[in-house]
Design a protein around this ligand. Structure first.
Ligand code: FES
Length: 176
């Protein structure tokens, strides 16, 4: 059957629309194969290609040594946050230890939500305390004393292959 000029135009417009839609839905997919896997595994973690995929960066203890999940959980206590490094910032982040003990799927970024000072975990008071104006947060980063009114920000934590991986993005849902 003979193609008309109209068919050709419909084909061109349809192809362009499809490309734009894919670029919009998967903006990282076109950048590299590595990012393509990252996008795939963040959307579909059960996909067979994601079995050996390790997201983010490996969590390090405060001395800079890689953390092994089984070693950490042998001594971790529920409700006592564990300081970790690894993400590209100057701050220490904190793992949250749940009952079990188990490592929560989210961690604490210790940036005070009042005016941005760095909070630290105070073991005696069992709170994160801000040195600037005294805000306090519980072990999950929820405000217990102002002037801050919002919980501490979160990062995503993935436990896989006996590693703890830190992902520099907040979880899809704040579990607190
Ligand atoms: Fe933390 Fe003001 S910056 S209480």
């Amino acid at each position: 059957m003979k193609k008309t000029r109209r068919d050709f135009l419909i084909y061109i417009v349809g192809s362009s629309f499809t490309s734009v839609a894919i670029g919009y839905l998967f903006p990282k997919a076109s950048q590299s194969r590595e990012v393509d896997i990252e996008t795939l595994c963040s959307l579909f973690p059960q996909n067979s290609r994601c079995q050996n995929y390790l997201p983010g960066v490996e969590a390090l203890d405060i001395k800079g040594k890689a953390i092994q999940t089984n070693t950490l959980l042998a001594t971790a206590q529920p409700g006592i946050p564990i300081p970790v490094k690894g993400l590209p910032n100057d701050k220490v982040d904190y793992l949250i230890i749940k009952d079990g003990p188990a490592i929560a799927e989210y961690g604490i970024r210790p940036i005070c939500t009042h005016l941005g000072c760095t909070v630290e975990w105070n073991q005696q008071k069992n709170h994160f305390i801000c040195p600037c104006h005294g805000s306090q947060y519980d072990s999950q980063g929820r405000v217990v004393h102002g002037p801050a009114v919002r919980s501490l920000p979160l990062i995503t934590v993935v436990v896989k292959q006996n590693q703890v991986r830190l992902v520099d993005s907040k979880p899809a849902i704040d579990p607190r």
